[in-house]
Write a protein that binds this ligand. Sequence first.
Ligand code: AMP
Length: 280
Amino acid sequence: MLIFDKISDISLFLAQKKAEGISIGFVPTMGALHEGHLSLISNSKEENDITVCSIFVNPTQFNDKKDLENYPRTIDSDEAKLKSVNCDVLFVPEVKEVYPEGAETFRMDFGNLDKVMEGKFRAGHFNGVAMVVDKLFRIINPSKAYFGEKDFQQLAIVTELAKRNHPTIQIVPCSTVRESDGLAMSSRNILLNKDERIAAALLSEILFEAKKKSNNSSADELKNWAIKRISENKLFQLEYFEIVDSTTLQNITNRSDTKKIRACVAVKIGKVRLIDNVEL
Ligand code: AMP
């Protein structure tokens, strides 16, 4: 696996590969890699000649300084995991390489997409995500980029960003990989203590129960039921549970108005914030 930390070096390397007609798949991550990330790498390896993974804990998408400080950083084991799945290239830039000018402004109007759910609870988060993905897309310029459905709203934002700024890059959505008890894999899961980790599994349990109920319940009934179930567990602090149109992320009032519906949830368990979603 080739490892780069300078934009000029990786750009030159990939430009040469592209000139040779080699296709590039890209998997951006913030590290602390798990099977979910590795599934994105393996999807990319199947569809491209070369797979590039980036690891960059992007400061501009953290609205909470403590969260940024506590974000797990496990670069040695990340490298070993990427080698074990034969990832071709790793890009690990320093913050000053990505943001040489320090604080930068980037504004893109995503309409409703960045106002709802995460947007309400993490001010500026998606602007930071869009800013770094835009930069990374310019540096790597892949044919395809792989993003997890685990971060469903992020996937919607990145799809919109690509449509507007990078029309040649195809965004490939990848299914959520779960632990054996259903908990969606997340880099933050290692921050949960034993009791919190046990409670965390209830989140996906509720989502999958909601999926079963969804044919016989209205959106409001389902939402009220799920909120009650979540509130019953004292370790959970609910931020939101929403039933939305998968494309517009608008709340659903009438099921027959839309074809694809998603239930999305965010809770805090102790200091750890977890999100998850399922298609209904
Ligand atoms: P992160 O390192 O958390 O920024 O995630 C990097 C990429 O991996 C994003 O596209 C995430 O949606 C994706 N991802 C994170 N967790 C999972 C999971 N459990 N299953 C599938 N993809 C995931």
